[in-house]
Design a protein around this ligand. Structure first.
Ligand SMILES: [Cu+2]
Length: 307
């Protein structure tokens, strides 16, 4: 009997300790797996750490900065319709800054601070990634690339970004803003909390207004471009030779800049960078063509099915 009671007491004590909140854990003694990948068996991880290799185009480290990021449910409370968020939605640093990020998870679940779009010859898959499971902190360092660009930062756990855990990091002046950043930029598809049933007419009107606005914006941004486009279409025969002459001229002008950009990089890194540029250029061209096709072909938006 005494034995049974004591076993019951033990089971109770164990289950209670299992349910109670995890203690805050500083993940400081992680195992280094090489290539900037550090992790421990308690849910702390750093990937893409780079403390000493200058990205191509950086002559020196422009400055050393530290950033403390909190992640948690409570930061989402001020943004309707979200569930998780970082404590800040936008960061800005000078190009070539050596940045140490202290990532603090205030929740009992797993969160990440994952930055995308970095040069792939230096950061595996173009990513810098911090992760903590449960309450705790982890720190990692990277060196930001040169140039003005806006980088996506998010938590990649399923639905965490879609439910608010999304931010942007601007290097220099940044490039275009990213959509759906809580409190900062509009969604691509705005949420509707009106409670009204779906109306195909209202949806079409909204889409049409958005298309008119987008077309007006595009027209105002690219008036000279449209004219040169007409000239190209008219003078189709001389198109190729014209392009090659322009290409040659650009090549001559750009070569010294490229030499500077590739200074100190190995042949492999140079090739990897060039291929990255080519793939970006192709992606860009495909994107523009598909947008054009869409604009030409889609008169009507596809209506959503009725419930
Ligand atoms: Cu998360």
């Amino acid at each position: 009997m005494v034995k049974t009671v004591s076993i019951a007491a033990l089971v109770c004590a164990l289950s209670v300790s299992g349910v109670s909140a995890k203690e805050f854990q500083e993940h400081k003694n992680m195992m280094n797996h090489g290539d900037g990948h550090l992790m421990d068996m308690d849910g702390g991880m750093v990937m893409g750490q780079n403390t000493d290799t200058l990205p191509g185009g950086c002559d020196k480290i422009a400055g050393t900065k530290e950033l403390t990021v909190h992640a948690g449910h409570k930061y989402s409370e001020k943004f309707p319709g979200t569930m998780w968020a970082f404590d800040q939605q936008e960061y800005q640093f000078e190009p070539c800054t050596k940045l140490t990020v202290h990532f603090i998870n205030d929740d009992e679940i797993r969160h990440q601070w994952m930055m995308h779009g970095l040069p792939k010859y230096l950061y595996p898959k173009g990513m810098f990634h911090l992760e903590v499971s449960g309450p705790g902190s982890v720190s990692g360092t990277l060196i930001l690339p040169p140039g003005d660009k806006t980088y996506l930062v998010h938590c990649d756990i399923a639905q965490h970004m879609e439910k608010g855990m999304k931010a942007q990091l601007k290097v220099g002046k940044g490039s275009e803003d990213l959509p759906s950043i809580p409190g900062l930029t509009a969604s691509v598809f705005p949420d509707d909390y009106s409670g009204k049933p779906f109306s195909a007419e209202a949806f079409e009107a909204q889409e049409a207004a958005a298309r008119v606005a987008a077309a007006a914006l595009e027209a105002s941004a690219s008036q000279p471009k449209a004219q040169s486009g007409d000239t190209v279409a008219a003078a189709d025969d001389s198109f190729l030779s014209g392009v090659s002459v322009v290409g040659l001229a650009i090549g001559v002008l750009v070569a010294p800049l490229l030499a500077k950009r590739f200074k100190g990089m190995s042949v492999g890194e140079v090739i990897a960078t060039v291929f990255e540029w080519i793939s970006q250029a192709i992606g860009f061209a495909v994107n523009i063509i598909s947008k054009l096709l869409k604009k030409l072909s889609s008169k009507k938006a596809i209506p959503l099915p009725d419930k």
